[in-house]
Write a protein that binds this ligand. Structure first.
Ligand code: SF4
Ligand code: SF4
Length: 79
């Protein structure tokens, strides 16, 4: 099963530069064009399924605004 991940973008720091949008391999980040941050930027957000938790977005973000989470697989041991 593919690893599932998700991100949280801290709006306080996101400046809508789109570096994460362009870097995301499965292309599941976009800017929220319906919303402006308190600083006047359209913030990045997850736009669909398919995030793998690869953290490329967090690495390229110059503002360190992205927190990446990754689902861990449950290992079932025989009894
Ligand atoms: S963790 Fe990877 S797949 Fe998920 S949004 Fe960031 S770059 Fe895209
Ligand atoms: S790279 Fe960082 S600052 Fe730029 S849009 Fe993405 S989250 Fe916002």
């Amino acid at each position: 099963m593919p690893v599932k991940g998700w991100i949280e973008v801290d709006e306080l720091y996101c400046k809508g530069c789109e570096l994460c949008v362009n870097a995301c391999p499965p292309k599941v980040i976009g800017l929220d064009m319906k919303h402006l941050t308190s600083k006047g930027y359209h913030p990045a957000q997850l736009t669909g399924d398919g995030c793998t938790g690869c953290a490329v977005c967090a690495v390229v973000c110059p503002e360190a605004a992205i927190m990446v989470y990754r689902e861990t697989a449950k290992v079932l041991h025989p009894v």
